[in-house]
Design a protein around this ligand. Structure first.
Ligand code: SF4
Length: 102
Protein backbone atom coordinates (compact mmCIF):
# COMPACT_ATOMS: atom_id res chain seq x y z
CA UNK A 1 0.00 0.00 0.00
CA UNK A 2 1.32 3.46 -0.92
CA UNK A 3 1.58 6.09 1.77
CA UNK A 4 -0.12 9.20 0.38
CA UNK A 5 0.32 11.29 3.50
CA UNK A 6 1.32 14.85 2.62
CA UNK A 7 4.58 15.44 4.48
CA UNK A 8 4.89 19.09 3.43
CA UNK A 9 5.28 21.20 6.56
CA UNK A 10 2.07 23.07 7.31
CA UNK A 11 3.82 26.45 7.07
CA UNK A 12 5.00 25.64 3.52
CA UNK A 13 1.55 24.43 2.48
CA UNK A 14 0.14 27.77 3.61
CA UNK A 15 2.83 29.72 1.74
CA UNK A 16 2.32 27.68 -1.42
CA UNK A 17 -1.43 28.13 -1.28
CA UNK A 18 -0.94 31.87 -0.84
CA UNK A 19 1.34 32.07 -3.92
CA UNK A 20 -1.14 30.07 -6.01
CA UNK A 21 -3.98 32.39 -4.99
CA UNK A 22 -2.19 35.49 -6.33
CA UNK A 23 -3.64 36.97 -9.50
CA UNK A 24 -1.57 36.92 -12.69
CA UNK A 25 -0.83 40.65 -12.59
CA UNK A 26 1.03 40.16 -9.32
CA UNK A 27 4.00 38.73 -11.25
CA UNK A 28 4.76 42.28 -12.45
CA UNK A 29 4.17 44.00 -9.11
CA UNK A 30 6.81 46.35 -7.79
CA UNK A 31 6.26 44.83 -4.35
CA UNK A 32 6.96 41.29 -5.47
CA UNK A 33 9.19 39.74 -2.84
CA UNK A 34 8.45 42.46 -0.29
CA UNK A 35 7.04 41.10 2.93
CA UNK A 36 3.49 41.82 4.09
CA UNK A 37 4.70 44.11 6.92
CA UNK A 38 4.85 47.01 4.43
CA UNK A 39 1.28 46.60 3.20
CA UNK A 40 -0.31 45.28 6.37
CA UNK A 41 1.66 47.22 9.00
CA UNK A 42 1.31 46.87 12.71
CA UNK A 43 0.39 50.04 14.60
CA UNK A 44 3.95 50.93 15.62
CA UNK A 45 5.34 50.65 12.09
CA UNK A 46 2.52 52.34 10.26
CA UNK A 47 4.21 55.58 9.16
CA UNK A 48 7.38 53.91 7.90
CA UNK A 49 5.37 51.23 6.14
CA UNK A 50 3.14 53.84 4.50
CA UNK A 51 6.19 55.70 3.21
CA UNK A 52 7.74 52.53 1.80
CA UNK A 53 4.45 51.46 0.22
CA UNK A 54 4.03 54.92 -1.27
CA UNK A 55 7.38 54.70 -3.05
CA UNK A 56 6.73 51.19 -4.34
CA UNK A 57 3.14 51.77 -5.42
CA UNK A 58 3.88 55.06 -7.19
CA UNK A 59 6.09 53.31 -9.72
CA UNK A 60 4.24 50.00 -9.87
CA UNK A 61 3.12 48.91 -13.36
CA UNK A 62 0.09 47.06 -11.98
CA UNK A 63 -1.24 49.73 -9.66
CA UNK A 64 -4.63 49.88 -11.37
CA UNK A 65 -5.53 46.19 -11.08
CA UNK A 66 -4.15 46.18 -7.56
CA UNK A 67 -6.32 49.15 -6.61
CA UNK A 68 -9.35 47.46 -8.12
CA UNK A 69 -8.63 44.23 -6.26
CA UNK A 70 -8.25 46.22 -3.06
CA UNK A 71 -11.72 47.71 -3.37
CA UNK A 72 -13.13 44.56 -1.80
CA UNK A 73 -10.57 44.53 1.01
CA UNK A 74 -10.97 46.21 4.38
CA UNK A 75 -7.33 46.02 5.45
CA UNK A 76 -3.94 46.81 4.03
CA UNK A 77 -2.57 49.11 1.37
CA UNK A 78 -3.72 48.30 -2.15
CA UNK A 79 -2.79 50.35 -5.20
CA UNK A 80 -1.09 52.79 -2.86
CA UNK A 81 -4.25 53.48 -0.90
CA UNK A 82 -5.22 52.62 2.63
CA UNK A 83 -8.68 51.43 3.62
CA UNK A 84 -9.99 54.94 4.33
CA UNK A 85 -9.02 56.17 0.89
CA UNK A 86 -10.51 53.10 -0.76
CA UNK A 87 -13.75 53.81 1.08
CA UNK A 88 -13.80 57.26 -0.60
CA UNK A 89 -13.15 55.57 -3.95
CA UNK A 90 -16.08 53.24 -3.39
CA UNK A 91 -18.32 56.13 -2.45
CA UNK A 92 -17.28 58.20 -5.46
CA UNK A 93 -15.80 56.20 -8.38
CA UNK A 94 -14.95 59.52 -10.09
CA UNK A 95 -12.22 59.99 -7.47
CA UNK A 96 -10.72 56.69 -8.51
CA UNK A 97 -10.93 57.69 -12.15
CA UNK A 98 -9.24 61.04 -11.48
CA UNK A 99 -6.42 59.13 -9.81
CA UNK A 100 -6.04 57.24 -13.12
CA UNK A 101 -6.62 53.93 -11.39
CA UNK A 102 -10.01 52.98 -12.80
S1 SF4 B 1 0.33 48.95 -6.37
FE1 SF4 B 1 1.60 48.71 -4.55
S2 SF4 B 1 0.62 47.07 -3.36
FE2 SF4 B 1 -0.21 47.00 -5.44
S3 SF4 B 1 1.03 45.51 -6.52
FE3 SF4 B 1 1.92 47.51 -6.90
S4 SF4 B 1 3.48 47.82 -5.33
FE4 SF4 B 1 2.17 46.12 -4.68
Amino acid sequence: MTDTTDRTPVVLRGALAEVLRRPGWHRRAACRGVGPAVFFPEAGNRRLAQAAAGVLCAQCPVRAPCANAGMAEVEGIWGGAEAEERLRWRADPAVLERASLA
